[in-house]
Ligand binder design. Structure first.
Ligand SMILES: Nc1ncnc2c1ncn2[C@@H]1O[C@H](COP(=O)(O)OP(=O)(O)OP(=O)(O)O)[C@@H](O)[C@H]1O
Ligand SMILES: [Mg+2]
Length: 505
């Protein structure tokens, strides 16, 4: 530890990308044995600041002091060696490797075999089991990562960060896909690490989490530090005010949609996978927002993916406009004017090396193909510009590669993409995951407006306030079955929880 007592100090950091000053003279000081939160709107510079600390980006100006000593890392490897670990906002595990291999990647334990060094698989498995045991996580070290749910992958990444025995751990939105119980569990781990003197840098858009777990909060806006405050002195309203520079009076827009006739009926839908959903029935009305509540693992994503044609259906039926349909793939789903915004934008959502423009247009490319099969780029560009403005996507231009946008802004681009396809039935899987409060309101406004214009929306959400604030009706699922459908106005958090845990012991 340094003389001044800080585990890490970042002094006057500035970082410029083409067209954006991502960080402007930002300083933070983090004590050992404390949780220091970073908050700010999408694109405020939180991830960039942490990537500078972790050696992924080289700051243009400023200094990083670790345990009292100035450091300059030429890559994440050096940062890890110096005792800094990071859980990234955008997870990219290697799908065709086991959990154990992903965790120890680049540092496999070896044993000597004559002149050679071989990977000591037995030890690797033992170490992984021990790690999960210490953290009380239930993941099989031998499973291929591609078979894990997003929430399990997130847990695995947390375990991986802990396994480096780092003195400083950066967590960039570690709970974006975790269930309430998993979040509680993570907080247990964080408290334990904190009591061992580890400094934790914690990024999240969830106010309640921040107020619960952090000791200090640094708020950022447009690449600058607004201030650093003891968490005890903050409230949700104060944070929002300092983040966006004004008060947000309402969290949800007024809704003027009037649900009409039934547009889709789902009856006795059962998955080909015996461990997934079964016997699910509901109907969806024109201009209705149907919330889909439940805990992670309730099979909500699987259900909507099956409706969209991405998963097998063993029995039951789906009727659209009274006619039975057999949707077998996304193209057929689109033909029936169904759109699906997926929960995991990295693997199914974005094309990282394409521009914002192309990512927005891609779902809708056929609309923009003129009579001579010429892509009507100008018309496309106009639409994209409008959606970028409507959703306030923070990007230097539509030609910017989507991978260089902040996480929340990538999400908005995907949203814009589906809006341009003009669907009649819009299925949203955790639509505001990773999105800041201000932008959330914008997305809610768009959803409310779509419903008012007669579009039907199915919205999966694990955030209670969002379910309650936005839904006309809420269907709750537990372990693959629909346990109840509640009227949005009469529903309460308690009632939803009851239904969400109905079959659990
Ligand atoms: N590699 C990059 N190339 C170009 N611009 C970038 C790059 N990385 C980030 N930016 C830009 O820097 C700014 C800050 O982005 P950053 O990812 O740090 O935001 P954030 O606060 O983490 O937002 P979010 O809450 O959405 O994750 C944004 O305007 C973003 O577009
Ligand atoms: Mg970020």
């Amino acid at each position: 530890m340094s003389e001044n007592g800080f585990a890490v100090e970042m002094r006057a950091i500035t970082k410029v990308f083409p067209g954006v000053k991502a960080l402007d003279d930002v300083s933070i000081q983090v004590r050992p044995g404390s949780v220091h939160a970073l908050m700010g709107e999408n694109g405020a510079g939180k991830s960039t600041l942490m990537k500078c600390l972790f050696g992924i980006y080289e700051p243009d100006e400023g200094q990083i002091v670790l345990g009292g000593r100035p450091v300059a890392f030429a890559g994440a490897r050096q940062a890890l060696d110096a005792g800094i670990a990071m859980i990234h906002q955008e997870l990219h595990p290697i799908p065709f490797m086991s959990v154990a291999e992903n965790i120890w990647l680049g540092r496999y334990p070896t044993r000597n075999f004559g002149l050679f060094k071989l990977v000591n698989k037995a030890k690797m498995l033992r170490d992984t089991r021990k790690l999960f045991e210490d953290l009380r996580m239930e993941i099989d070290p031998k499973t291929w990562v591609q078979n894990l749910s997003v929430s399990k992958i997130q847990s695995m990444e947390i375990a991986k960060a802990v396994s480096y025995n780092a003195k400083v751990i950066i967590m960039d939105e570690p709970t974006s896909s975790l269930t309430e119980n998993e979040v509680k569990h993570l907080f247990g781990i964080i408290r334990k690490l904190r009591s061992e003197g580890i400094a934790i840098l914690y990024i999240s858009h969830k106010m309640e989490e921040i107020l619960e777990i952090s000791d200090e909060v640094t708020i950022m806006r447009d690449g600058r530090r607004v201030g650093t405050y003891p968490a005890k002195e903050l409230t949700t309203d104060l944070i929002i005010n300092r983040m966006v520079g004004r008060d947000l009076v309402h969290r949800f827009p007024p809704r003027e949609n009037v649900p009409g006739e039934v547009v889709m009926q789902v009856e006795g839908l059962t998955s080909t996978n015996p461990r997934s959903f079964r016997d699910v029935s509901f109907d969806l009305r024109r201009g209705e927002i149907l919330g889909l509540g439940g805990l992670v693992g309730a099979q909500r994503t699987e259900l909507v993916e099956a409706i969209f044609g991405l998963r097998g259906i063993k029995s039951g039926e789906i009727r659209i406009g009274g006619k039975r349909v057999a949707i077998q793939n996304a193209i057929q789903a689109k033909r029936h004017k169904i759109a699906l915004l997926t929960e995991d934008r990295r693997t199914t959502g974005i094309f990282p090396v394409l521009s914002v423009l192309d990512n927005t247009l891609i779902a809708n490319i056929s609309t923009y193909i003129g009579r001579l099969l010429l892509l009507d780029r100008r018309r496309g560009e106009g639409d994209v510009r409008r959606s970028v403005e409507m959703l306030r996507v923070k990007t230097p231009s539509a030609a910017t590669l989507i991978q260089s946008l902040s996480g929340g802004n990538q999400q908005k681009v995907i949203f814009a993409r589906w809006l341009l396809t003009e669907p009649e039935i819009l299925i949203l899987d955790e639509p505001t995951r990773g999105i800041d409060v201000g932008a959330k309101y914008e997305i809610y406004t768009i959803i409310a407006d779509l419903a008012k214009r007669g579009k039907s929306v199915i919205m999966i959400s694990s955030e209670m306030p969002e379910l309650l604030g936005m839904s006309d009706r809420i269907m709750v699922m537990c372990e693959g079955r629909a346990t109840g459908i509640l009227d949005g106005k009469a529903a309460t958090q308690e009632r939803i929880m009851e239904l969400a845990t109905q079959f659990m012991s």
